[in-house]
Design a protein around this ligand. Structure first.
Ligand code: NAD
Length: 253
């Protein structure tokens, strides 16, 4: 699929990987629908995208809220017409041990709220946006592509019961949609990033940052542009579907 003049929706576009993906698409002449709950960050990303000459709109949208998502996608179609691509990128972390023990005493447990918040945004959000995008693509009859951001943590990681379960679910949704939607010429795939140089990682203490970088066989964290490049590859390669692109510098958890 070509990027130029096609409409792409990016969730979690206000910062980090979503911002880098939005800018990459803007540079390639995409028409953009940028979604986030962070209005200020969203406006900044939109302004950067517009400086490249791209057409785009910002939409305040909570991906975990069905009404918000349905309204937002209806508004996207009004402003930008049928959707060609969706990047399901919005996500949060609420790490904690299932049961935390200190000095032989149970001191904490992952709360249901902590579990549910991550499942709602990282998994249900992907389902809700994917459903609206697929509906628009099927109605339009010109195919499309849905890219879901999973994680290296999808196979399980300490302190991440909620996040790992959600990201494994995201991988499963990507494979399922590739099977269900291929007949409409809609592809679906996932990217499983390792550790990327977003604000959170960049602001770690130097020792902590070095420890993380040294655990990666390539001895560094990923650059956000490298993640955006993986999105570009999946959009442009019409034979990539139903699979997970692992982008982690060789890191294995
Ligand atoms: N950064 C990494 O190293 C890394 C590694 C693996 C996977 N990921 C995944 O990549 C994606 C982006 O990560 P990031 O590091 O850029 O995160 P980030 O926290 O910098 O950005 C996430 C964005 O999602 C938005 N968001 C949160 N809840 C939302 C909601 N309910 N509705 C709409 N938007 C919402 C936030 O406002 C924010 O702008 C996430 O899904 C994350 O799990 C990141």
């Amino acid at each position: 699929m070509q990027i130029k003049n096609n409409t792409f929706v990016i969730t979690g576009a206000a910062q980090g990987l979503g911002e880098a993906i939005s800018l990459m698409l803007a540079h390639h002449g995409a028409r953009l629908a940028l979604l986030d709950v962070n209005v200020e960050g969203l406006d900044e990303t939109l302004a950067s995208c517009k400086r490249t000459g791209a057409e785009g709109y910002a939409f305040t949208c909570d991906v975990a809220d069905e009404t918000s998502v349905r309204r937002c996608f209806a508004s996207i179609e009004e402003h930008l017409g049928p959707i060609a691509g969706l990047v399901n990128n919005a996500g949060i972390l609420r790490d904690g041990m299932l049961v935390k023990v200190k000095d032989d005493e149970i001191v904490d447990r992952m709360s249901l709220e902590q579990w549910q918040q991550v499942i709602d945004i990282n998994l249900t959000g992907v389902f809700l946006c994917g459903r609206e995008a697929a509906t628009s693509m099927i109605r339009n009859g010109k195919g499309g592509v849905i890219i879901n951001i999973s994680s290296i943590s999808r196979t399980g990681y300490i302190g991440q019961s909620n996040y790992a379960a959600a990201k494994a679910g995201v991988a499963a949704l990507s494979a399922t949609w590739a099977l269900e939607l291929a007949r409409y010429d809609i592809r679906s795939a996932a990217i499983a990033p390792g550790v990327f140089e977003t604000e959170m990682v960049a602001s770690l203490r130097p020792e902590a940052h070095e420890r993380i970088a040294n655990a990666v066989p390539l001895r560094r964290t990923g650059a956000v542009d490298e993640l955006a490049h993986a999105v570009e590859f999946i959009i442009e390669n019409d034979y990539f579907s139903g699979r997970i692109l692992e982008l982690d510098g060789g890191l294995r958890f």
